[in-house]
Design a binder for this molecule. Sequence first.
Ligand SMILES: C[S@@+](CC[C@H](N)C(=O)[O-])C[C@H]1O[C@@H](n2cnc3c(N)ncnc32)[C@H](O)[C@@H]1O
Length: 311
Amino acid sequence: MTAPPDDAGSGGGSATGLTTGELLREGGDRLRDSGSETARLDAELLLGHAVGVGRTAIVAHPEAPVGVDAARAYRAALARRAAGEPVAYIRGLKEFNGLAFFVDRRVLIPRPETERLVELGLAEVMRRLGSRTVVGDPMRIADVGTGSGAIAVALAAGLRHRNALDAVTILATDRSPDALDVAKDNAVSHAVADRIAFAVADLVPDDAGVFDVILANLPYVRSDAMAGLPRATSFEPAPALDGGADGLAVIGRLVDRLPTLLGTDGVALLEIGADQGEAIVMLVASRLPVWSCSVEPDLAGLPRVARVAPT
Ligand SMILES: C[S@@+](CC[C@H](N)C(=O)[O-])C[C@H]1O[C@@H](n2cnc3c(N)ncnc32)[C@H](O)[C@@H]1O
């Protein structure tokens, strides 16, 4: 048998006599039986986590021996996954916008569709910076309901990549102090903590002042739909998801505050549910009659981000 390269690893401890291929089959079968629709992928990620290598090395070396400690950690992880816990919480890691975010049960696991909000936010900030004729005070950006810090940190990393991070300041808020602790850790990990201020607040602190760009992925699930969400979602904090009777209660309160939070040239980009496109346009029309509201689709073509601005 070909010796595995160093990076395939055995995960330490004495040999079990089992290989990665055998443990993957065992895990895939167990997770399939538990109802996972991504059983094989989950098993690969969890074995990689237990062994301490990437998924690619696991898949590439089915013949690699696995040590006792790693096999035990893997089986413990399988038990958690079989009980419904999301892989991201078990690994303590979620990829978002090409960056690795630490996550645990204090925060919502960032969703791929939120990458669209970051993309639109980056474009908005860069366009505004580009049209500035004089270099003035830093542009003020808020990420309301930051959770793991996914939006604020990904935006800051994107701006750094474009040599524009020094031209902005970002305020990241959350009602949950626990979530903000996670967000701060992620900002430090990605070396953007010096450009992001954090505040525990209901939406935005009263004395926060005026912003140029507000980004928010606030809860938007209807309360009566919470019980029907996938099992993995029950491990996430309910206040991160529950948007009240019509799903737009929290977002609506932010809309109400936009006239005092946004400058005359400001814009708010608000993530919404795929079935809330018409509802958000009606909500803005009724609460802010002279403002505009258009809805941007996500990569799947579904309504995803409301763009709200004074006219
Ligand atoms: C859907 S999660 C989004 C988290 C993160 N922005 C993301 O996109 O992954 C909503 C977040 O908003 C926070 N939140 C809910 N209500 C809030 C409020 N009234 N004020 C501030 N944050 C709030 C929750 O604690 C949670 O972290």
